[in-house]
Write a protein that binds this ligand. Structure first.
Ligand SMILES: Cc1cc2nc3c(=O)[nH]c(=O)nc-3n(C[C@H](O)[C@H](O)[C@H](O)COP(=O)(O)OP(=O)(O)OC[C@H]3O[C@@H](n4cnc5c(N)ncnc54)[C@H](O)[C@@H]3O)c2cc1C
Length: 430
């Protein structure tokens, strides 16, 4: 091998983490090779999905303006389903688009978004090869010095694992083991095509506005939830389930998801649409406490989902923005390390300075709340029951609201004390 065959950095995976890293390195004149196993970037990737724009702004000011984005999210919604009933909370804030320099978040379709972001990295000078799977890491004197893909060996000063959840590269580097079933959720998703005008009518949206909706009570009591995002002319509808709990149920994930599609409050939104994409993917679920114990070794860094950088608060899921931020952090560390410092500790410092690790730590308490099993069925049931009783007028003398709520709490197999304890736990963990 001569020096011309050697890159400053090899990045495994052209998801948002890999492309953001490549973009930042190439912009600083580094020679970068991104290797992607999919035929195109994003072809194998799944997301809900919504992207928080600040991450693109960190990559380059104004970059979001030409990005492959769908609709500005101005409607934040939470829907609780029970039987054929549903309550939808719709928080509409049109000034998300006016008071901030960039709208706060957009819905995205990953095939288009990932391809666009990778093309931006290429424009900056990164080399992208698709349709090639990296099989092995090359190690010399306890340092990672390159990768093997099929018959080919490629060398670099640093290899960056941006290969997503259950990172094979991190396992090969000895930084993580096999993924535990309780550490991930399995997500299923359909993209359903509908004319833009119909989507706008059904969701009460202006032309470029979009809605992001989280769904509770649609997983047959399994730890998990659903999501729905409005794209330009399609709807992304999906659900995430904890795989170890699915095994104990009579219904498969596919059957539960079909029931969700048929729920009267969901069906009326997708009716007449054509499913143009069906996908399934794992998503890290353990938040701050699930981050890889070691994020680097000599010649090697882990970014994005491979490192466990995902936040799930129940009312929003963030992984794409954290993938982008961690990709930039890794690139900045590599650039600073060119001056003689050690890359790994610099990477950790960047993750702190760019607020990724402090943010994940700050919302870590949500994991405790989401572990409470009855919030996935009894709570949405109870809330729907309470609304049912509030709006029922049948000529009978109504019982007091207080008595009615106490009765419904009991009927749902809960106690006031349980709810108070949950409230205290919730307040403490936030
Ligand atoms: C159902 C679901 C819903 C979600 N919803 C949202 C949401 O709404 N908003 C949000 O911000 N996040 C969401 N997430 C999380 C988000 O999708 C991830 O956090 C994000 O995609 C991580 O980006 P990444 O670049 O780290 O990894 P990925 O996007 O997984 O990219 C990894 C890339 O590496 C490639 N690769 C893997 N192994 C190899 C190999 N050996 N050789 C070459 N290439 C390889 C893959 O093909 C892929 O392109 C969701 C996830 C799921 C599953």
């Amino acid at each position: 091998m001569n020096n011309e065959d050697k890159f400053d950095a090899i990045i495994v995976g052209a998801g948002p983490a890999g492309s953001a890293c490549a973009y930042t390195l190439a912009k600083e004149g580094k020679s970068v090779l991104i290797i992607e196993r999919g035929d195109t970037p994003g072809s194998k990737n799944v997301t809900g999905g919504r992207l928080y724009t600040y991450a693109l702004e960190m990559l380059d000011k104004g970059l979001y303006e030409g990005a492959a984005l769908e609709r500005k999210v101005t409607h934040e919604q939470i829907m609780m389903l029970s039987g054929d009933r549903a309550i939808n909370i719709d928080f509409h804030n049109p000034s998300y688009n006016e008071t901030q320099k960039a709208p706060m978040s957009y819905t995205v379709l990953r095939a288009a978004f990932d391809e666009w972001l990778a093309s931006k990295a290429e424009e900056r000078g990164a080399m992208l090869v698709c349709g090639i799977k990296v099989d092995e890491l090359i190690e010399q004197n306890n340092k990672i010095v390159g990768v093997i893909a099929g018959e080919d060996e490629m060398y670099a000063d640093i290899v960056i694992a941006a290969d997503g959840v259950n990172s094979f590269m991190a396992q090969k580097a000895g930084l993580s083991g096999d993924i535990a079933a309780e550490a991930v959720g399995v997500g299923v998703k359909e993209v359903i095509k509908l004319p833009a005008r119909i989507i706008e009518q059904r969701f009460n949206l202006k032309e470029d506005e979009g809605a992001a909706r989280m769904l509770l009570g649609c997983t047959e009591g399994i730890h998990g939830g659903g999501f729905l995002y409005t794209n330009q002319d399609s709807i992304s509808l999906g659900a995430v389930f904890m795989p170890e709990e699915v095994g104990h149920k009579k219904q498969s994930v596919h059957e539960i998801f079909q029931e969700l599609k048929m729920h009267p409050s969901i069906y009326q939104l997708i009716e007449g649409g054509e499913t143009i994409e069906y996908s399934a993917h794992l998503v890290p679920e353990t938040g701050f406490r699930g981050i890889s114990k070691k994020l680097y070794r000599e010649g090697f860094l882990i970014v994005g989902d491979a490192a466990g950088f995902v936040i799930n608060t129940g009312y929003s899921i963030r992984g794409i923005d954290l993938a982008i931020v961690s990709g930039i952090a890794a690139a900045r560390a590599v650039i600073s390390a060119s001056n003689g410092a050690e890359t790994g500790p610099l990477y950790l410092k960047e993750l702190h300075d760019m607020r990724l690790l402090p943010t994940m730590k700050a919302v870590d308490g949500f994991s405790d709340i989401l572990e409470t099993p009855w919030i996935y069925d009894k709570v949405p049931n109870l809330i729907n029951d309470v609304f049912d009783s509030l709006f029922t007028v049948d000529g009978e003398v109504p019982i007091s609201i207080k008595k009615s709520v106490m009765k419904l709490i009991k009927e749902n197999g809960l106690s006031l004390w349980q709810l108070i304890k949950f409230g205290i736990k919730g307040v403490r963990s936030l």
